[in-house]
Design a protein around this ligand. Sequence first.
Ligand SMILES: [Zn+2]
Length: 433
Amino acid sequence: MSILFTNVTAVLMDEAGTILNNGYVQVDGATITYVGPDRPQGTFDRVVDASGKVMMPGLINAHTHLPMTLMRGYGGGCDLQTWLNDYIFPAEGKLDARAVSAGTRLGLAEMIASGVTCVADMYMFTGTIAQEILNAGISANLSCGGVYFGDPASFDPHTCGDCIAQQELTDQWHGAGDGQILIDASIHGEYTSSAPLWAWMAQFAHDHHQRMHAHVSETTSEHQACLQRHGLTPIQVLDRYGVWDNGGIAAHCVYTTPEDWAVMAQKDVTCVHNPYSNLKLGSGVAPIPDLLAAGVNVALGTDGMSSHNSADLFADLKLAALLHSGVRCTPGAVSPRQALEMATVAGARALGRPTGQITAGKVADLILVDFTAPNLTPCHDVVENLVFAAHGSNVVMNMARGNIIYENGTFHTLDLEQVQAEVKEYALPLLFG
Ligand SMILES: [Zn+2]
């Protein structure tokens, strides 16, 4: 399938910061093959007139938990530990694969309609999520969120559930859909596991060329408890066991230190900034300007819809560019351009994927945003409007891996009515009675 976009205004997210005006973007199969001012030769299966819209790379949600969409707004008003122990863990204990499937599809519908083309997701029933991702058409790095609550002396990878899951997921899904699905190694967090699992996961990641995904220093209590247990921060104690040797994702990083940032910069560990979730749970504000200054790659995530109440990454984009200016009393402490990089190029680097930019050779993950909408008119500066004024609902087209999967309110890979019926009639009664 070849598609030509005409009359394109595009934020390319290349290093020069180019805004393409009245140009052309050609897509063949899953790849962008031309970007420029001249109409390319040849015939095309489809020509899309992009007048009045702005094209940008599809958004990359680099830390989320799709099935938690079922728990949107459940247990609001609590801190992280109370919320997890009193609300989330009891509900999750009732989940089955069918409910996870329904919750994943609902989350995917919301993300696709608001411009996400790529996610890093961590959750149980990971194989079920992989199948839904494959059907929906976006790309995903998936991980099971390894936990081990047993006695460290008794650790046996042959009986540890998440070691078995990691092996099975890798065998069944790593590279599936021509790379649409990648499996990451993972540690849910320092506080939900111990050294034998860390060492095993690190070795597994090394042997299978996988990246790592972990929650790190989300709350002050988690961070302090780790210091008391090990005399080291979560980043540093995990580093002792080789967890970061293949790079990967450290979600949150609210209480990370300059020493942590040095490890992260050296080992290509991305901080995934989840400003909305961190604010809602009262966890704190990650020192993003300092992480950027230390050379750490910073990407953006919503976290689960249970602690965000929405999957609209435009909300996080806006917060990432606003929050630090306010906290530091410095306009542009994180610039709009830097925020946009977090949601695109930096996310691509975090996931190890050739996407996040509109240049020939990259994967065709592209979205169109309706700049005739009242909230995007007038437009003195495209980046200012995208970061501070746009909503996910301004997205009118989502192309993932060269396929248009959403256009003008219509999903081409999901049956929204069926998804909503399944959530209402099966998943919600199962979890909440
Ligand atoms: Zn999370």
